[in-house]
Design a protein around this ligand. Sequence first.
Ligand code: BTN
Length: 238
Amino acid sequence: MNIHRFEEVTSTNDKAREMVAEGTPGGTVVVAKSQTAGRGRSGRSWFSPNDDNLYLSFVHRTSLDPRSCAGMTIDVGVVIAELLTRKGFDVELKWPNDVLLNGLKVAGILCELVTDGAQPVVIVGIGLNVNGSEFPAELSSIATSLLNATHEPHDIEPIEEDLIRDLAQALNRYDARTTPDVEGYRRHFRMTGRRVILTGGESAEVEGISNGGGLIVKTSEGSRTLRSGEVKFVGIDP
Ligand code: BTN
């Protein structure tokens, strides 16, 4: 297994990107104990102390058209949700790909597409809060860790091992099917019927997940399917 371990990096996704530029093969994994500039979606940062959490990036070289890669992120969410469910955690997926435990975020996914010559390369970045117990004030009401949920520490190695194996399988399966694992996603999706605020401030009710992995919402204007973006739970998310 092609795993590169670091004590500290700016971001495992950045390190993976550098390695892609140097020609690293598909299946390369970058793992760091801490990140000084961990990145989240929408320009946010990812809290990455040296606290026995998992910060990992997986390099996936694909022959798919870059436009067909968007749904991969749905499958990565399913991989994490299934893995944690198998380990006894009652997790749910918040669209598009936050993993929640007790309603709080325990894992996040940042998929970035880069090209290497003509070939698209997807860098799948995953942050999983395993044994971190303290969060900065702005995160304390929205984030959690496996430790905080169970009040006991968890072995990070078996989680990492299973995650890498399952990711490789899921991404290869995605390449073969080119459609997201919507059935798997729906098994962990509990947002149906909930009120959310869309990017832009519009209020909506969640109706479900489309066959393409989009979020179906009903607003005062009628139903529509969101393909990207994020939504906030009314009265919960900041
Ligand atoms: C999000 O929910 O906003 C996505 C968070 C993704 C965090 C992970 S940690 C490992 C990888 N390296 C990064 O800089 N970000 C991702």
